[in-house]
Design a protein around this ligand. Sequence first.
Ligand code: MN
Length: 203
Amino acid sequence: MAFTLDPLPYPFEALEPYIDAKTMEIHHDKHHGTYVAKLNAALEQAPELQSWSLEDLLKKVSQVPEKVRQAVRNHVGGHYNHQLFWNILSPEGGGEPLGELGKLITRDFGSFDTFKEQFSTGAANLFGSGWEWLVVSPEKKLQLLALPNQDNPLTNGFVPIFGLDVWEHAYYLKYQNKRPDYIAAFWNVVNWKQVEENLKKAL
Ligand code: MN
């Protein structure tokens, strides 16, 4: 059993002008595609892991045989993180979350604007390559986590429900060194309905 790269749930150009078509195409087909291919290649060297789910591989990465552990860690995160990311974006996105998600954001951050500001600052200040995450903690609270590389909150006992890729490959074609402009644009294409679905599963 090998992992596969699902097509994007919308056309490459769907998130224009906030995220450009060329970036989406290269990011999905080449970057995400390579994570999937390299994850499968690593699992071929450790066939006993082939029955593990993506979540198992993330949660129990410390039990992965050492010869493939770093490769699995990098590429399982690369696969899971991007799969989540494509789904929390939508051309019909933007605005503010309502329902349970809106309530919990207000409960745990004070207001949506405070959450947005803290998330944006965390994403802008993350050094090097990585992701800014909104996670559900073991105590069922919402909190922010900034993680390097393709590390995933599941490895640390948190459940990611929303995240932003701040690797340069996610924005450099359009935004070059202006990461804060990419972060500001991203809010226009957030699919809050999907984030709410992710929250319900996490709770
Ligand atoms: Mn990426």
